[in-house]
Design a protein around this ligand. Structure first.
Ligand SMILES: *Cc1c(COP(=O)(O)O)cnc(C)c1O
Length: 396
C-alpha cells in the first residue's frame, strides 16, 4: 500500500498522518487486529522475529499492529525516534524505573506530582535498594543540590498534578548533563503533546498517561513514553518481559482519539484561559492556579516552554474545604469525577479524592491544600461552563 512520504509539520496534520506507515492495510481507518500470534512464511523469518523485540507481528505481549500505530503517532507528535506504550500511565512509569535503576544507584524525584507516581517511585526505589531524593521542583537550584555523579534517573512532572507548578525543563536538563549521566524523564500528561514537547527542551524521555488528553474521551486507560531509539529499546525490553501490554482495541481507541487532539486541545486551552480569568476576578475565589495567568509564579517559564496553558485549572473557594465541597456538590454541567483531559469537564477535590493516599505532610510538600479544587475543562461552550460555575457560586 502507498504510505505518506510527504513531509508535513502542522500538529493537527501529524495527528492524522504520523502513523500512516504503520497502517499496512490500506484502510483509511486501521482495522483492529486481535490476533496474538502470526504465521511465519518460513523458519528463518520465525527466528528473525523471535530475536527482535521491535517486531509487531510475533506475539501479543510484545505488541500489536494497533499498538505500533499508536506509538508511531506519539513519536511523531513528540518529535521522537520511537515510542513505547503500556496498559496504563503508571505501567509505563514503572517500566522506566525498572529499566534505568539498579541496586546502589541514586534517583531524584519531585514532591509535586501525581500521588500514585510518588508512591510507585518510593516503593520501587526501596525494593531495588536505590537511594532516592525528592525535591521541591519549582526551583532548579534544588536539582543542582540533589543530582550526584551516581544519579541514574531524574523524574519530574510539569505542569504538576494538581497544583500546576512547573519545572524548568531546559534548566534541569542542563544540570543533569553537567552533574551526571542520568536519564531525565518528564511526565507531560497535563500539557499533552500539543502544549509542550519536553524532548525539544533537552529531556531524554517524555511520558504521558494517555488515559487523559491523548485518549481524550474518558474511555481508555493507557500510558506511553517517547524517546530516542536506544532509550525506547531499553524500556521496551523491560516492558516485553514484565507484561503490561496495551490491548489492541485500547490502542485503536487511542489512535481514534488522537485524530482530534489538536482541535480538542486548542478548544480546551481557550476555554481554560477564559475560565481562569473569570475565576480570578470572582469575589468568592481565594486563589487560581493556571500557567497562563500573569499571577502564576512561573508565568514567564510557562510562556517560554509551553504553547498553551492546557485545560487544567486549580482554585480555592473562600471558606476552605467546607465551602469548596459545597461548591462542587452543586456543579451540574461539569461532572464530579476524578481523571482529567476528557472532552467532558470534570471537577474534583484533590485532598480527598485523588491525592488522599498521601499523608497530610506529603500533600503539603506537594502544595495541596484542603480547599483546593481541580477543574479539568472540557470542550463545552465556555459561556455554559461559566454559567454553571456562577450558579454554584450563588448557592454557597
Ligand atoms: C493519571 C496520571 C498518571 C497515571 O496514569 P494512569 O493512566 O492512571 O496509570 C501519571 N501522571 C499524571 C500526571 C497523571 O495525571
Amino acid at each position: 500500500m502507498p504510505t505518506t512520504t510527504k513531509a508535513f509539520n502542522g500538529f493537527q496534520t501529524k495527528c492524522l498522518h504520523a502513523g500512516d506507515h504503520r497502517n499496512k492495510s490500506g484502510h483509511v481507518t486501521s482495522p483492529i487486529c486481535l490476533s496474538t500470534a502470526f504465521e511465519f512464511p518460513d523458519t528463518a523469518e520465525g527466528a528473525k522475529r523471535a530475536a527482535d523485540i521491535e517486531a509487531d507481528e510475533f506475539y501479543g505481549r510484545w505488541g500489536s499492529t494497533n499498538a505500533r500505530e499508536f506509538e508511531a503517532l506519539i513519536a511523531g507528535l513528540e518529535g521522537a525516534e520511537d515510542a513505547v506504550c503500556a496498559s496504563s500511565g503508571l505501567g509505563i512509569i514503572s517500566m522506566i524505573a525498572h529499566a534505568f535503576l539498579h541496586p546502589g544507584a541514586h534517583f531524584v524525584g519531585v514532591h509535586a506530582c501525581y500521588s500514585e507516581t510518588k508512591i510507585l517511585l518510593e516503593s520501587v526505589t526501596k525494593q531495588l535498594s536505590v537511594d532516592a531524593t525528592f525535591v521541591r521542583s519549582d526551583q532548579v537550584e534544588n536539582f543542582a543540590a540533589a543530582i550526584r555523579p551516581d544519579t541514574k534517573l531524574v523524574f519530574v512532572e510539569t505542569p504538576a498534578n494538581p497544583t500546576l507548578s512547573l519545572v524548568d525543563i531546559e534548566g534541569v536538563a542542563k544540570i543533569v548533563r553537567e552533574q551526571s549521566e542520568a536519564v531525565l524523564v518528564v511526565d507531560s500528561t497535563f500539557a499533552s503533546p500539543y502544549n509542550q514537547n519536553p524532548l525539544s527542551l533537552g529531556a531524554d524521555i517524555v511520558v504521558h498517561s494517555a488515559t487523559k488528553y491523548i485518549g481524550g474521551h474518558s474511555d481508555v486507560v493507557a500510558g506511553v513514553c517517547a524517546a530516542n531509539r536506544t532509550l525506547a529499546h531499553q524500556v521496551r525490553e523491560k516492558f516485553s518481559f514484565h507484561g503490561p501490554h496495551l490491548d489492541p482495541f485500547a490502542a485503536w481507541l487511542l489512535c481514534r482519539g488522537i485524530r482530534t487532539l489538536g482541535l480538542r486541545i486548542r478548544q480546551q486551552n481557550e476555554n481554560a484561559r477564559e475560565l481562569a480569568h473569570y475565576l480570578e476576578s470572582h469575589p468568592k475565589v481565594n486563589r487560581v492556579y493556571y500557567p497562563m495567568l500573569e499571577s502564576h509564579p512561573q508565568h514567564e517559564l510557562a510562556r517560554r516552554q509551553m504553547r498553551g496553558g492546557g485545560g487544567m485549572i486549580c482554585f480555592e473557594v473562600q471558606g476552605g474545604m467546607e465551602a469548596s465541597l459545597r461548591f462542587i456538590s452543586t456543579i451540574q454541567l461539569s461532572k464530579l469525577a476524578v481523571s482529567l483531559g476528557g472532552v467532558t469537564s470534570t471537577i474534583t477535590h484533590p485532598s480527598s479524592m485523588t491525592h488522599n493516599l498521601l499523608p497530610r505532610e506529603e500533600r503539603e510538600k506537594a502544595g495541596i491544600t484542603d480547599g483546593m479544587l481541580r477543574f479539568s475543562v472540557g470542550i463545552e461552550d465556555a459561556d455554559d461552563l461559566k454559567q454553571d460555575l456562577e450558579d454554584a457560586f450563588r448557592s454557597i
